[in-house]
Write a protein that binds this ligand. Structure first.
Ligand code: SF4
Length: 312
């Protein structure tokens, strides 16, 4: 029997080595990714708050007296294909006649994108197969966005479970064409054992250099994290030749701004050159007092960095 999940389907769009390690060799992760650890913590906190019915999402108020389930498992066995599909919905709010399926996304953007929609529809297809109800909604919770933390959409007609089978078939067709994607190394749970990026490359091949750069950057982050954790735990610096790695004291000068300005004014000291405006706070003030926007402009700088395609 084959086992599939939504994350396995999505993994067929990513790095071939990662897919093989995780879903074919079924190896346990060889490293932790701090961002995933943080996301896991946030998921658990929000789910606990739902269980205690202590969430403050006004848009969900009409459903908070519903039955609340977290990590709700949905399974479906496709007999003919001998495939089992398993899904775990983060939060489900149900009554006899209605259902809201929510997924927690650790990001700011509150729009339900195509990937979110497909994921939630697969969950809804399974839920509807198990127990159809009259009203169905899917939604996401984006805890980093305080202004719009929940987005909900109505689904008039939940899809049939065949939708899942179609997605699995598409995923299977993608597998033979999968390539290694070092753009994923930063968030890869197998980067410790992966030696793909260690191979020699042609220094004139800029594509190969860019790929290796991303791989090595992720390796450096991994080792920095390991060293940081060890040093935090043992409180001991690590010596390598004439270098020491650890936490070193660095003094930062703090200025009490109102006090500083008052002293300057009282003593006739010209101070404007020494004052640096906090851009975030200035923008907030400008929202309140429009006239201030006259003192604002934009400066475009070009920085060498790595950017995810699709980011603003
Ligand atoms: S470290 Fe990078 S190349 Fe290696 S498996 Fe992970 S994503 Fe793929």
């Amino acid at each position: 029997m084959e086992n599939w999940s939504f994350s396995k389907i999505e993994a067929t769009k990513g790095c071939r080595i990662l897919y093989e390690k995780k879903y074919i060799q079924k190896l346990p992760p060889d490293t932790t990714v701090p961002e995933y650890e943080e996301a896991k913590k946030i998921h658990e906190e929000i789910q606990t708050n739902f269980i205690k019915r202590q969430v403050d999402y006004p848009i969900l108020n009409p459903y908070m007296s519903n039955i609340i389930a977290v990590e709700k498992a949905y399974r479906h066995y496709f007999k003919e294909q001998d495939i089992e599909f398993v899904a775990y919905a983060d939060v489900v709010l149900e009554t006899e006649v209605s259902r809201v399926i929510l997924d927690i996304k650790c990001r700011y953007n509150s729009n339900i994108n195509e990937k979110d929609r497909l994921q939630l529809l697969t969950y809804l297809a399974l839920a509807n197969q198990e127990r159809p109800v009259a009203q169905n909604k899917i939604g996401i919770i984006v805890p980093y966005n305080q202004f719009m933390p929940v987005t909900l959409i109505d689904i008039e007609e939940p899809p049939p479970v065949d939708l899942i089978l179609e997605e699995i078939e598409k995923a299977k067709r993608r597998i033979p064409r999968m390539t290694v994607k070092t753009s994923e190394c930063a968030y890869c749970e197998y980067k410790r054992s992966c030696d793909y990026g260690l191979k020699e490359i042609d220094n004139n091949d800029m594509q190969a250099i860019a790929e290796k750069y991303l791989y090595l950057k992720a390796q450096v982050d991994l080792y920095e994290e390991i060293l940081r954790k060890h040093i935090e735990l043992t409180n001991q610096k690590i010596r390598v030749g004439d270098k020491e790695i650890g936490f070193f004291e660095r003094a930062y000068t703090k200025v009490d701004v109102p006090e500083f300005i008052m002293l300057c004014q009282d003593n006739d000291v010209p101070y404007l050159d020494a004052v640096k405006i906090d851009t975030v706070k200035a923008k907030q003030l400008a929202k309140k007092y429009d006239i201030l926007t006259q003192a604002m402009d934009k400066e475009i700088k070009y920085v060498f960095t790595t950017k995810k395609i699709g980011e603003d």
